[in-house]
Design a protein around this ligand. Structure first.
Ligand code: B4P
Length: 190
């Protein structure tokens, strides 16, 4: 099975590229951001709680996102693409345990590298049409990037120590970045 962790700061292109990779490699696309936004749209209790946290650019508690992923780990096609998950070291550890229970593991972590100014410009641009409150307020975007640097970026060393970290240049056309990701995946030793 091919299990990809697509990683990077907010606005790095995870959601954009995950759709392409899921189709190309026949993977189930699991985006914790999309799952949470669905809870918000459905006005569930979880959604109401998540909405407040997400609108501030903070992270939803680990236990909630881990449970959301746990129930989705079935019917894997060729494997999974995890988009926006894990975002903390406890989430990365939980993902390893969950996949182990299913007799599989993370194949590789692909990290999209994009400079801060470009991230801010992409997110503000998306905010013009998406209606996402976390994309319209510059202070919230700044906080999301700070939260990424403090809580999420340390996961890089978690995967690096397992020999699974691959850095991908995330600036350029969407098509060129897709080609770089595809090449990197095709070169993963089986
Ligand atoms: P996400 O939905 O994961 O939000 P994101 O990081 O902004 O999305 P992404 O990075 O995929 O967007 P993309 O670059 O594709 O999370 C939202 C919130 O949910 C988090 O802040 C957090 O509160 C919560 N959450 C989610 N998962 C969680 C977890 N595991 N634990 C705790 N909390 C969690 O797209 C950005 C824009 O750039 C788009 O407009 C796109 O068109 C554009 N773009 C993409 N590639 C480009 C390129 N090459 N050039 C120019 N523009 C490009």
């Amino acid at each position: 099975m091919l299990n990809l962790v697509l990683f990077g700061p907010p606005g790095a292109g995870k959601g954009t590229q995950a759709i392409f990779l899921a189709e190309t490699f026949n993977l189930v696309h699991l985006s914790t951001g999309d799952l949470l936004r669905q809870e918000i749209a459905d006005k569930t209790e979880l959604g109401l709680m998540a909405q407040e946290i997400m609108s501030k650019g903070e992270l939803v508690p680990d236990s909630i996102v881990i449970s959301m992923i746990e129930v989705k780990l079935k019917n894997p096609n060729n494997g999974f693409i995890f988009d926006g998950f894990p975002r903390t070291t406890p989430q990365a550890q939980a993902l390893d345990s969950l996949l182990e229970k299913h007799g599989t593991k993370v194949s590789v972590m692909l990290c999209l590298e994009v400079a801060k100014e470009e991230l801010i410009s992409r997110l503000l641009n998306r905010g013009l049409s998406s209606g996402r409150s976390d994309d319209t307020d510059p202070a919230t975007i700044e906080n999301r990037i700070n939260v990424y640097n403090e809580k999420t970026a340390p996961i890089i060393s978690f995967y690096e120590s397992q020999g699974k970290y691959i850095s991908i240049h995330g600036v350029g056309t969407i098509e060129d970045i897709a080609v770089s990701l595809k090449r990197a995946i095709e070169n993963i030793p089986i």
